[in-house]
Write a protein that binds this ligand. Structure first.
Ligand SMILES: Cc1ncc(COP(=O)(O)O)c(C=O)c1O
Length: 352
């Protein structure tokens, strides 16, 4: 026996790298190229440093109220955490306590199986269809919970609100969690179903649409009952997950939503243009409603492309994983960044 036998050994999630190279075009972690907007800059300038002497408001009440208004919900239907990764972790811990396995797609956000291992939750991988779409019928069986992102990551493809509603209707005995990290880039949110289904939880993040990956803010929305359980678990773990500065910044971001929506529209327009050009170069991809695309070339090897792009200072995401090892996930940057990406890609394919 050794003290080592008493340690919890887990295989951690590996985040996309944050390389320190200069002049890098970083298209690997789906950050927003336009940043958080002017009201956030103002909020940081106006922030009274002396406030940091005190503990922050434990439940980020002002931000919670602003979000409730933004989404048309009650304050008590909003839960906030330190990035949606933390919100997801607390969701797994709070909502998935069944003897039955929870269900999620075989190709999806790779943090889900990591939470399952950490919290010892049994799970079953549900294969996506060949075209990477989610078949709602696959979730019409007994389970201990359901979770998938919509749009899905890393594929970018979507499930309709009607199909999600069907999944919820077939699962009255489990919590259905829809991770809408990317929904604001052209997807259709199921927040509007929350008041009809007490077992629906919808998760959003400030990292993508709001351009605030560096501040760590995530949101869960659902019935008051579900949300109050999340608060109980959070308060058994960390009373103050959101620091005072993050609360002020989050509030400024919600006030700046019109500007942020305009930035998201720019990202979507760039995405459509890039998709067209890539198709002309021999790439295929599922239709994306996210701020990234998931591309496969008819003849070039994905890992090879990844390495050659990197050598030119362009970082995208490659997953060495069954079914998707011939794909690259490319975040949508500014027009200028994407022009450079397309130019380099053309040269690589031409063998230059
Ligand atoms: C589907 C999905 N959910 C959640 C997250 C986590 O986002 P954050 O922790 O930055 O809020 C990500 C990040 O890439 C994601 O792809």
């Amino acid at each position: 026996m050794s003290w080592r036998n008493n340690l919890r050994a887990v295989e951690p999630y590996v985040a996309g790298e944050q390389p320190k190279l200069k002049n890098l075009i970083k298209l690997n972690t789906n950050e927003n190229p336009y940043g958080p907007g002017r009201l956030v800059k103002q909020a940081i300038r106006d922030f009274e440093v002396d406030r940091l002497r005190l503990y922050p408001n434990a439940d980020a009440e002002d931000l919670r109220h602003a979000l409730a208004e933004y989404y048309g919900l009650k304050d008590r239907q909003i839960f906030l955490g330190n990035g949606s990764d933390e919100v997801l972790a607390l969701t797994f811990l709070t909502c998935f306590n069944s003897d039955l396995p929870i269900l999620f797609p075989d190709i999806t956000y790779s943090f889900y199986p990591v939470y399952c291992e950490l919290f010892q939750i049994d799970y079953e991988l549900v294969p996506l269809r060949d075209d990477f779409s989610i078949a709602k019928e696959d979730y019409f069986k007994e389970n201990g919970g359901v979770i998938f992102p919509n749009p899905n990551a890393p594929t970018g493809s979507t499930v309709t609100v009607e199909d999600i509603e069907d999944v919820i209707r077939h699962n009255p005995n489990s919590v259905v969690v829809i991770d809408e990290a990317y929904v604001d880039f052209g997807g259709d949110s199921v927040v509007k179903l929350i008041d009809r289904y007490e077992n629906l939880l919808v998760i959003h993040t400030f990292s993508k649409f709001r351009g605030l990956a560096g501040i760590r803010l995530g949101v869960a929305m659902g019935s008051e009952e579900l949300v109050s359980h999340l608060y109980d678990v959070k308060n058994s773990f960390n009373s103050y997950p959101i620091d005072a500065l993050a609360q002020a910044i989050g509030l400024a971001s919600v006030k700046d939503s019109d500007v942020i929506k305009a930035n998201a529209a720019k990202v979507m327009a760039t995405r459509e243009r890039v998709v067209k050009e890539l198709k002309a170069m021999g790439f295929t991809m599922p239709e994306s409603r996210a701020n990234f695309i998931f591309i496969k070339h008819e003849s070039a090897n994905a890992k090879d492309l990844f390495m050659k792009l990197r050598a030119e200072g362009i970082v995208v995401r490659y997953f060495n994983q069954p079914r998707i090892d011939q794909y690259l996930r490319v975040s949508i940057g500014t027009d200028e960044q994407m022009d450079r990406f397309l130019e380099v890609m053309k040269d690589i394919l031409a063998g230059a």
